[in-house]
Design a protein around this ligand. Structure first.
Ligand code: ZN
Length: 351
């Protein structure tokens, strides 16, 4: 599923610098090797030199560099309508904004749908519902009061709450008090927005949001942890945000936030081994295979490496080809190169 607007629509959007399309597609300029948002203020390239991409990642993988003017990797530049919707949901998660409401405000629901799927891995409606439920869940878990929590959150009845819960999580809230949920936060970084997930035990997910199939990946995590996923934060996510910022500022080399990475014994072995590769160093897939005691299983090791769900913290980017070439990277090779360069530069900046 590519999920980009039709070609003529993208052309028009770019021509008008239509902010409603920001984040929905990117365009590479063949003559300069640079890729932009549809709203880039720079002079328009000739149409025949333009190549369209569904995600920033796709443009990166194709070898384009991000434009310095429109900064296509930055999260802060979201379209004004998205900012407004998110703020409204934050202020009052009990709010219900329907497709009809969106239309009345002059916002195309299919644009909203594409944007939220792309950036948050879920539709706007699913996002709002999950955000609303996350507040209820927290309240129930902290205070153990289902009735009050349901009432406070704007659900008119228990059955309404149960229905909403089941629609979001595919199950009933019967054991909500005792169960864990995966909290999701979106963080910005010099390499573009990241989605982070955490259970009560620790960080279980960190991915670039433009990674192909984010939606499918979130579904896989939900299944793996058998836990509802809700936008929100917890202590681990707050710590992660601080540690990541220090990492990117080269003020710190290590992460101390706890990690949770269930998998097959083999996968866990590989991921555990990745954690032992020191900052600034590299290993080949062959070395990694030897380290886990399966010297012939180079491909399987490579696959497990690629299935790492906690980018950067479980440093799969430190594994490269034997010949020194970068090999693969889920987030695109430019990001892998950036991380290796960041770690390579001698000395740390003063904190
Ligand atoms: Zn640009």
């Amino acid at each position: 599923m590519n999920n980009v607007p039709p070609g003529a629509e993208m052309e028009q959007a770019h021509f008008r610098r239509d902010a409603a399309y920001d984040g929905l597609f990117f365009l590479g300029v063949r003559t300069t090797g640079i890729f932009c948002r549809p709203t880039c203020p720079a002079r328009k390239p000739l149409p025949q030199n333009i190549e369209y991409f569904p995600t920033a990642r796709a443009a990166l993988v194709a070898g384009y560099r991000p434009c310095k003017r429109c900064r296509p990797l930055e999260l802060e530049n979201q379209p004004a309508w998205a900012d407004e919707l998110l703020t409204e949901v934050e202020v009052d998660p009990s709010l219900r904004i329907t497709d009809g409401d969106l239309r009345r405000r002059g916002i195309d629901p299919s644009t909203v749908r594409r944007y939220f799927l792309r950036r948050y891995g879920m539709t706007f409606q699913a996002f709002t519902r999950a955000r609303r439920l996350s507040k209820v869940l927290n309240q129930i878990r902290e205070k153990g009061e289902l009735d009050q929590a349901v009432f406070d959150s704007g659900y008119s009845s228990h059955s309404g709450f149960r229905d909403a819960f089941a629609r979001t999580f595919g199950e009933t809230p019967g054991h909500v008090r005792n169960r864990s949920c995966v909290m999701l936060s979106w963080l910005s970084s010099p390499l573009g927005p990241l989605v982070a997930g955490a259970t009560a035990e620790g960080i279980c997910l960190l991915e670039f949001t433009d990674r192909r199939m984010l939606e499918a990946e979130l579904a896989a995590v939900r299944k793996l942890f058998e836990a509802p996923m809700v936008p929100g934060s917890n202590a681990h996510l707050e710590k992660l945000a601080i540690e990541l910022e220090r990492y990117f500022a080269r003020a710190s080399r290590a992460f101390s936030v706890p990690l949770v990475y269930p998998g097959t014994p083999f996968q866990q072995e590989v991921w555990g081994q990745l954690l032992t590769i020191p900052y600034g160093e590299r290993r080949s897939y062959e070395q990694l295979a030897v380290a886990v005691g399966r010297p012939k299983a180079v491909r399987a090791v490579g696959r497990a490496n690629g299935l790492n769900r906690i980018a950067i913290l479980i440093p799969c980017h430190r594994v490269v080809n034997k010949n020194g070439q970068l090999g693969g990277y889920g987030g695109g090779l430019r990001r892998k190169q950036y991380l290796l360069d960041l770690e390579c530069a001698a000395g740390l900046e003063p904190a």
